[in-house]
Design a protein around this ligand. Sequence first.
Ligand code: NDP
Ligand code: GDP
Length: 341
Amino acid sequence: MKKALITGITGQDGSYLAEFLLSKGYEVYGMRRRTSTPNFQNVELIKDQIQWISGDLTDLPSMIEAVREADPDEVYNLAAQSYVAASWPQPSLTTQVTALGVNNILEAVRIVKPNARFYQASSSEMFGKVLETPQRETTPFYPRSPYGVSKVYGHWITVNYRESFNMYACSGILFNHESPRRGHEFVTRKVTDAVARIKLGLQSELRMGNLDAKRDWGFAGDYVKAMWLMLQQDTPDDYVISTGEMHTVRELVDIAFSQVDLDYQDYVVLDPKFVRPAEVDLLLGDCTKAKQQLGWETEVSFEQLVKMMVEEDLRRVQAEIAYNNIYHGHTEKQLTKPVPL
Ligand code: NDP
Ligand code: GDP
């Protein structure tokens, strides 16, 4: 039985990857950091099948111990401060986790289990102010945020460990990928959650930033398969993973509101608070290499993705309303809203 160690297992991608690896018969070790309140929403259904290890990417001794305990065949480094907008107010934390943390886990693997295969979660944010469209593996990087800069470090240190120590280390340059498990602050989830709340009478408006930004959005469940495929090849390499389709934030908002027969223009309010100090105007990936060498394909379209997320948020908000009515006697209007970020 193969063993895999996943950092960031409580996040969106980590939970999908864990499910995928369990379905393939892997023994899955999940590294998670200590939290004061339980943080298992994404892995609730599989948490008893995971071997849990406590650790933090910024703490080298705990990473060494995690690799020692799991003794993994494959290591997937998905942990990060992953939200671009938070990386300006918290640049030092972002650097510690998203950049230097990669060095910690690579170093732990090099010391304890140098023949384990290693996956690094690189990002299309590294292309930033894009120097070529579509972006491919050879497109130069021009990051636009402390997050993007940190991911460039993580990417190159992974390449460097591969070249210096002959480690099987890969970087997946993944374009935006979403799901009903996406964090609430990211634009897709913020929109689909708001659509559900507006439809159910809990919210009256949606405050947004730049509606003209363009992204190449795919489904997270499809993208974790590419991570696994990268570690099953004869030689390690780096791959762009994307849909090759680009949409504006405005289109996203339009499609999401249309799902519940509402017109977004009646609800969306532009708020400078959500405009970023430096924007990534467009991202569009060319994943020809992944298609040809890994045989990877995306299966969920943009429209299907938005529909899936709206439906799931409608179900969840309805369930929350029912729960609060029964257990707390709240009226629907008294339900708490997420704090805007
Ligand atoms: P999430 O934000 O959903 O998950 C991040 C995970 O990292 C969480 O499990 C979080 O734990 C964990 N984490 C954060 N800080 C630390 C730390 N110091 N030590 C240990 N664990 C930590 O991200 P996604 O699942 O969306 O993304 C996975 C990876 O892929 C990230 O590296 C992200 O930057 C990258 N990526 C994502 C893209 C996307 O579109 N989703 C695109 C390209 C790259 P906790 O639950 O405790 O907060
Ligand atoms: P990112 O591509 O990793 O930064 O993913 P996000 O989902 O956070 O943002 C995608 C795009 O949506 C960016 O260009 C943002 O500027 C834009 N955007 C516009 N309004 C908002 C908003 O209210 N919240 C977020 N998160 N992004 C917004």
